[in-house]
Design a protein around this ligand. Structure first.
Ligand code: SAM
Ligand code: SF4
Length: 318
């Protein structure tokens, strides 16, 4: 599918739940979220039906996300069903890793290619604080298991938070020295009800290059990837910088999102949504609705002009 700005839309991110077993400060408001009614959430068969249509329209990359995807009951079966569709070249999941040790083997067997694991600190106590209760050891065990079963290459997503983990940048970069792991620093985005917290704690990704001067830029293998990649001299893994705020990458954006309640979002940072769930349940022409919607994908986001969105990240699927 080509949008009105000539971008080839070939990547779908699918949120399978808005719920989570953690409460990261930049993602979930302290009091948690208002639960979406069960009947409003797509059933697993509905997610599969919609994904099938997207794949028939040229989607080649799929990422399963949430909320926390591994708490959705039946997730392995869904992965198996999607994994058996032909035409998908890259099938991945973003997870907080809490349940990864338990599920990694099943996910691999079901056809998942790889995982991105979110990890913002390597300190046990700080991890518990930022996630409001999470256990760092569970995540590390999950990463180890994912590596063992071959859900690779593993990518770590680290949201940079001023005064919290900027002191750990060198340690995160150091992980790429001897291991084939990508560490990707993500700029904090002001989204939903955690907007003010995020605006307050934002730091630009350029601090990574200021702190680790040895990092050398490497050629992009995939121009549509939002990450710019760097390497330590002789390093086995890579360091990625994802900078939606300081360097927007809308020009190369190739993705759309399906939320857990069945809305198609052409842009993460726009409140405009199309209700695919109702269209599916009413037997409407989904292919046409999707193609028309993609044509209207916004050219760019306008965070720098203070255009923020209302939905929380958990309800979108980051
Ligand atoms: N629960 C899973 C996880 O944490 O990996 C998947 C969903 S989570 C919403 C997906 C990604 O969005 C995570 O890597 C998280 O760090 C990132 N994220 C959430 N809120 C964000 C924000 N305000 N700014 C930047 N990244 C954010
Ligand atoms: Fe949950 Fe992921 Fe959001 Fe953290 S970032 S609260 S793990 S959905």
């Amino acid at each position: 599918m080509i949008d009105s700005y000539g971008r080839d839309i070939n990547y779908l991110r699918v949120s399978v739940t808005d719920l989570c077993n953690l409460r990261c400060m930049y993602c979930m408001p302290e009091g948690g979220i208002t639960k979406i009614r069960h009947s409003e959430i797509l059933r697993l068969e509905e997610i599969y039906e919609l994904v099938k249509i997207f794949v028939s329209l040229g989607i080649k990359k799929i990422r399963i996300t949430g909320g926390e995807p591994l708490i959705r009951r039946g997730i392995v079966k869904l992965i198996q069903n999607i994994g058996s569709l032909s035409g998908i070249e890259d099938f991945a999941m973003t997870t907080n890793g809490m349940l990864l040790e338990k599920y990694a083997g099943n996910l691999k067997d079901a056809g998942l290619d790889r995982v991105n694991v979110s990890l913002d600190t390597l300190d046990r106590k700080k991890y518990r604080d930022i996630t409001r209760g999470g256990c760092l050891k569970d995540v590390l065990d999950g990463i180890e298991e994912a590596r063992k079963v071959g859900l690779a290459p593993i990518k770590l997503n680290t949201v940079l938070i001023s005064g919290f983990n900027d002191s750990e940048i060198e340690s995160f970069v150091g992980l790429t020295k001897n291991e084939e792991i990508d560490v990707r620093f993500i700029e904090l985005m002001p989204i939903g009800r955690t907007k003010d917290w995020s605006l307050d704690k934002f730091i630009s990704n350029k601090v990574v290059l200021e702190k680790v001067k040895e990092l050398k830029k490497i050629e992009r293998e995939d121009v549509s990837s939002p990450a710019k990649y760097y390497k330590l001299p002789g390093g086995r893994g890579r360091v990625g910088l994802i900078s939606p705020v300081s360097h927007k990458f809308c020009k190369n954006c190739n993705r759309v999102r399906l939320t857990a309640d069945g809305k198609l979002k052409d842009c993460l940072l726009s409140d405009y949504e199309i209700d695919l769930k109702s269209a599916l349940r009413n037997g409407e022409n989904l292919k046409k609705i999707i193609i028309d919607s993609v044509k209207n994908k916004p050219e760019r986001h306008n965070l720098e002009k203070g255009e923020y969105i209302k939905r929380n990240m958990t309800a979108i699927g980051g």
